[in-house]
Design a protein around this ligand. Sequence first.
Ligand code: ATP
Ligand code: MG
Length: 353
Amino acid sequence: MRPLLITSDPEMLDDLLRIVAAVGAEADVAPDLAAARRIYGKAPLVLIGADIEAEDLRRAPPKRGGVVVVSRVHNDEAGWNLVYDVGAEHVIQLPTGELWLKERLTRALRAEPEGGKVVAVVGGRGGAGASVLAAALSVTAVREGRRTLLVDADPFGGGIDLLFGWEQEHGLRWPQLAEAGGRIDSDTLVGALPNRGDLVLLSCDRTDDGEGDRSPRLLPDVMQVVLSAGRAGRDLVVVDLPRHLDDAAECALRAADHALMVVTPGLRSTSAAARVAGAVMSHRDQLSIVLREPVSGRRRAAEVAKVLGLPLAGRVRTEPRLAAAMENGLPPGASPESNLAMLCARLLRESLS
Ligand SMILES: Nc1ncnc2c1ncn2[C@@H]1O[C@H](COP(=O)(O)OP(=O)(O)OP(=O)(O)O)[C@@H](O)[C@H]1O
Ligand SMILES: [Mg+2]
């Protein structure tokens, strides 16, 4: 089992060969995508240098999983373009991403199972109920004995820790994690984040960095590290996404095994959801909808699903007492017999099987 390295940059090749050797393997090497075609589909993992030119893509092999773009430049635009073109799972930056790359190589070469599943949740409009569903999925998973990481990926969402009453809980939030960059490995991540029992939270926070930065943002390379650490150390990772997809959200969408969009009925909501779905589907093939409805009605749910052209994963009733319960520190999904919790239990059975 030899990973495939595709680069014509001698320094990049040296680095990749050294990293492959460090995990006790040897690699096949090709200078471009066309030359790699014969073995491209068979390698356990494909690493493509960001030096590979877009022109080569016309003769590129068919898309496959287990492809990582490797760059030396932070937020490398050429690297990201290549990710889209070849359908790669990540763009990783050297040297910061070296540890991640070694972990990924080790996993691919041992043909270990992928580990925990990643489920991403997005709202079809503002206030649709995506964060509530993400929290309820996590609470339900923990109740069923699954080790769970809930990742708040909405820097303008106010912090998902508030939904759990965990705002005073010690542990890292996104800004401190971003400072640590790619240097946090799977084991230390879980211990460093706020956690209780089987639930671990990576929340945004509400602090101003004091330097006048009013546009908090999450870094895609940190998201990559978090998701792969989550897969390695947890049974489930739930990502609560913003509707305006930033690089970190796109990274999570690409990595997720399942994506759910919470939609509310009505013309404007459905039109908004169609726009969000369009953006989501440029990063992945699968997206299912959860309809939150004020009143039950199968026909309406089926109609919304049909208009959006997406499969209906389930419906959830608006629970009048949910807001008050949350105010009292009871997270969504805490009551196992609630409509929301029962939906989550079914969604988890389906997405984790
Ligand atoms: N199943 C539900 N039953 C009752 N109320 C709900 C439900 N889901 C969401 N809500 C209400 O809608 C509000 C907004 O939900 P939530 O924060 O989950 O939406 P969102 O899609 O994440 O919104 P945003 O655009 O802010 O990210 C909640 O505070 C809650 O009051
Ligand atoms: Mg939200």
